[in-house]
Write a protein that binds this ligand. Structure first.
Ligand code: GLU
Ligand code: ZN
Length: 306
């Protein structure tokens, strides 16, 4: 049984890259913002490698990411965790969800869901709940995903950067997958379990995950986990509006001081020119001391030249 009654005193932040490529400028921003906010608040900062989806893992990219972070001058607390080592935690959480009777197997393919939502005039991509009342017992293994029923209820929170954000889970999201038909625990479930297990109090990450937050809050509610604070930083995009992480030629981060200064400026912080710092330690000391999360632009994305 997972213990849910820990006392949360300390700021604990984290950075959780997926090992599906090298560290790019977009992920450097998430690393920098989560790290600096943690250190500015005298908190811990943990590293987690999100390798739950083994099919997307690129060999050795975890090692590249870690050595780049080290080269940038990041210092993390405790040992690095890998999602792939905690499958029993996700299984246990899934079983607890199953006990609520809010989960059900879904055999629909992506194509079927698209057709159904078109025919029923439901917002694109929202699952219409077709399998909610199917007989659970005759479905062969490996042919279904497990979905979670969502309530017609508004999930609202105050994002530290983006302000008030709210979603009605039934109308805006629909019953979502917690276990995939290819036998992988979903991103939503694994992240919520990990953040709980590591006693994470503050989550600072990219805007692309803002709309995952209400789903994660719902899971926290069902699993009786405390809710962390959230802050979502703007995404770095090119002039053509392409997300940096999606670009194969996105500038690989090497960890030089100029790139660190550029990242801090992107995050709205006033920092001197790179030549005015003696070294990276000097830069980090300055950034941690003068960090002001209220200066991070309240935007979905910002253009960066690559
Ligand atoms: N591993 C996720 C990603 O790289 C981030 C998870 C999170 O911050 O919640 O997009
Ligand atoms: Zn279905």
């Amino acid at each position: 049984m997972i213990k849910t009654n820990f006392k949360r005193k300390k700021y604990r932040g984290r950075f959780a890259p997926s090992p599906s490529g090298e560290l790019h400028f977009g992920s450097l921003l998430a690393a920098m913002a989560s790290y600096t906010d943690a250190r500015h608040n005298k908190g811990d900062w943990l590293l987690r490698i999100d390798d739950i989806d083994q099919a997307r893992v690129i060999n050795n990219s975890d090692k590249h990411i870690l050595s780049t972070l080290e080269h940038c001058g990041f210092e993390w607390d405790e040992s690095i965790t890998y999602q792939s080592q905690y499958l029993e935690h996700y299984q246990e959480a899934l079983e607890r969800l199953n006990q609520t009777e809010l989960t059900y197997p879904c055999t629909c393919s992506r194509k079927q869901i698209k057709e159904m939502s078109e025919n029923m005039d439901i917002k694109n991509g929202i699952y219409p709940g077709t399998c909610r009342n199917k007989n659970k017992h005759n479905i062969p293994k490996n042919t279904y995903a497990i979905r979670l029923k969502v309530p017609v209820e508004q999930f609202s929170f105050n994002d530290h950067i983006q302000g008030d954000y709210s979603q009605n889970l039934a109308q805006d999201v629909g019953d979502f997958v917690v276990y995939r038909r290819d036998n992988v625990f979903s991103y939503q479930l694994s992240v919520v379990v990990d953040d709980f297990q590591s006693k994470i109090s503050h989550i600072v990450r990219g805007y692309d995950l803002l709309d995952s937050t209400p789903k994660q809050m719902y899971l926290q509610q069902l699993l009786d986990y405390p809710k962390p604070q959230y802050a979502h930083i703007p995404l770095a995009v090119t002039q053509d509006n392409l997300k940096l992480s999606k670009l194969s030629h996105a500038k690989k981060v090497t960890g030089n001081l100029e790139t660190l200064v550029l990242a801090a400026q992107f995050l709205g912080q006033k920092v001197p020119d790179s030549k005015d710092f003696d070294n990276k330690d000097d830069f980090w000391q300055y950034l941690v001391t003068y960090w002001d999360i209220n200066k991070v632009p309240r935007m979905e994305k910002q253009i960066i030249m690559v």
